[in-house]
Design a protein around this ligand. Structure first.
Ligand code: THU
Length: 131
């Protein structure tokens, strides 16, 4: 798994962030089981709650192209901000507990985590199958 390449894709995507309200551009990239990388950036809106985080843009791009399993996600911010809970939950829908989370600044090495470290005791699709 090429985490460096994934972080670079997230860094590039960050350049497209539309964040005129927070002025906090975020870039993300996911590596799908197919080997393809999908990237995204945060996209804000004058009606604030209508905006979306970079991670969910990247995840939804991948899923809308037919991907169903994601192996890793990289998130890039100016200060190594930790990803929000909603995005962890959305990533968890399509990832196993050992999937990799790479949290990076605009330069330097990312901090690596597994999904279960960032979202222990997740609520997943299997819970809805149990009676
Ligand atoms: N943001 C993300 O894109 N990902 C996160 O994990 C945290 C926050 C965005 C949302 C908003 O556009 C800006 O960062 C400030 O919250």
């Amino acid at each position: 798994m090429n985490i460096r390449k994934l972080v670079e894709a997230a860094r590039r995507a960050r350049a497209n962030a539309y964040a005129p309200y927070s002025r906090y551009p975020v870039g993300a990239a996911v590596l799908a089981k197919s080997g393809k990388i999908y990237s995204g950036c945060n996209i804000e809106n004058a009606a604030y709650p209508s905006g979306l985080c970079a991670e969910r843009v990247a995840i939804f791009k991948a899923v809308s192209e037919g991907e169903r399993e994601l192996k890793a996600i990289a998130v890039v911010t100016r200060n190594g901000g930790s990803p929000c809970g909603a995005c962890r939950q959305v990533f968890a829908e399509f990832a196993k507990s050992n999937a990799v989370y790479a949290i990076a600044c605009t330069r330097g090495k990312p901090k690596l985590f597994t999904l279960v470290e960032l979202l222990p005791e997740r609520f997943g699709p299997e819970k809805l199958k149990q009676k």
